[in-house]
Design a protein around this ligand. Sequence first.
Ligand code: WTA
Length: 648
Amino acid sequence: MSDIENVLHENRFFPPPREFQSQSRLSSEAAYQRMYKASIDDPETFFGRVANELPWMKPFTRVLDWSQAPFAQWFVGGQLNASAICLDQHITTQGSAKRAIIWEGEPGDTRTLTYAELHLEVCRFANVLKGRGIKRGDRVVIYMPMIPEAAMAMLACARIGAAHSVVFGGFSAQSLKDRIQDGACTAVITADGSFRRGAVLPLKATVDEALTGLTGVKNVIVVQRAKNKVAWTQGRDHWYHDLLSRASSECEPEAMESEDLLFLLYTSGSTGRPKGIVHTTGGYMVGAYMSAQYVFDLKEDDVFWCTADVGWITGHSYIVYGPLANGATIVMYEGAPNTPHQGRMWEIVDKHKVTIFYTAPTAIRTFMRWGEEIPAKYKLNTLRLLGTVGESINPEAWMWYHRNIGRERCPIVDTWWQTETGSIMITPLPGITATQPGSATRPFFGVDVAVVDEAGRELPANHGGYLVIRKPWPSMLRGIWGDKERYVENYWGKFKTMYFAGDGARRDDKGNFWILGRVDDVINVSGHRLSTMEVESSLVSHAKVAEAAVVGRPDELTGQAICAFVTCVGDVKPDDALRAELMEHVAREIGKLARPSEIRFSEALPKTRSGKIMRRLLRDIAAGTETVGDTSTLEDFSVLARLRADEE
Ligand code: WTA
């Protein structure tokens, strides 16, 4: 795969609109070139300067220590607190009356918190945690709906020096349990329930199920949101509002070492169980702060809405840490985009006068399907900048977004990055870069990115290859929780001195990057990473399944869809009932986001002589395209023929 096929030919260019450019933070190509060059030639000076824009409790003595590569240490010797950066620094100035969070519940209830109010709430929340014996160095799971308390819980953990591990509310009890166990977490913060599509999602019940048989969790703190009935374990479970009434609003932020753990966030890799990605305090905060500022051109009066859930890295970096470190106003929305109607998102944009809107291509394709007459009913005149993240955006969706949401007035920043990178790596700068539908364009400051072949040699323009990063950057992951070797092997095993991101890419002759998708066994469904292995092991854990192979196939709406090939044990006769049962099984085990959209039964799976499942073939079958390439090692051609015949 030194030369990944790339079929996209896109010749449209969109220079930054003059009006946007005249007011943007950075507006000249020369400024980008100068800053980019400085950041690559002398990263220590560059990042030392950026880091010093943040309030440190103790200054760092060294910007980067890379002597233990690939384990980086940034801002060595410095002490800081992430919640103090997000809150305290803004309340000492006139900023305290500025809105920090504008929240909209699915039923239409709203809440606004100024920086002063958020600061107070976070201090009280921090004291609630302390009151339950949670302390510096502990790890706390946050399993929450999109309510302000989710952000407060993260900041409260950071304030007392406990690391958070946010688990997306759509994950099943089993997935939650795995994450609690892997992180050896001692407390869980959750809510009774959340509103989703008019119904109540019972989060506390899922936590109860996840905790059966676990002894390590001493405290479950429950925020009341949906007022649904919940079961109660005396001594372990506590209502947040009860504890809060006794909590003081004074809480000094803990002085954390730059390299102290800020959070764990689990993500799928190509093999085995999810990986707990490790992010530490100083470098992560510098990356989130700097990227939010430049990529979103954040200004004093912006209202920034990132539609991700806090359960994903996008929510960590661009709902909570990045914007708040910049003192920005953020919008948080609890519910579904079509509840109670398909114009809900645009209604919120108009209602709260959103100026920057950041979402995922899969959401844009959904809006497209609902029709352009929906956004046409709204003004959308406060918007000045749009963004996308999660997968490559198809040019058709880009153009639709540009016309119907941006009204041909707003630049679009297509931002490439990962849970592991912590912050945006490849992106246009909205006042400078001429964008092209489908391209994430150019590396951000300090990001030394390249496209290489199998041997690690940089490829010439327009050749597809592996996307690598050649220099350490502040917000890079510091490892995989509890598994040093897996970190080294996973990310540095292939090219030794270069971080390999798992994606294929091409750089064109103008220097723009085009991301070609994953080259490993990770599938990207609606911008969410899933490993084919995870879904396979869930399938084979079902008593009637002997073997399973899972591949992604292109899907118009979700980018990729999960297609599973399953062979049954003994004399089990596969039928539609079993198909439905297996789909449910996976949804229950991992979460609804992993439910296969298609299951094909087969008597055997195509394998090489050495017994490896031939995924490439299965991918072609799933996609319905002609099988290409070498099949001479196939053990049994008839299997392939039968799988194909099954399609008819
Ligand atoms: C994909 C999300 C193309 C990519 C922040 C990456 C993208 C994976 C883009 C990380 C983009 C993300 N263009 N592909 N703009 N953004 N990806 O960890 O395959 O959930 O490796 O982080 O999403 O997904 P993750």
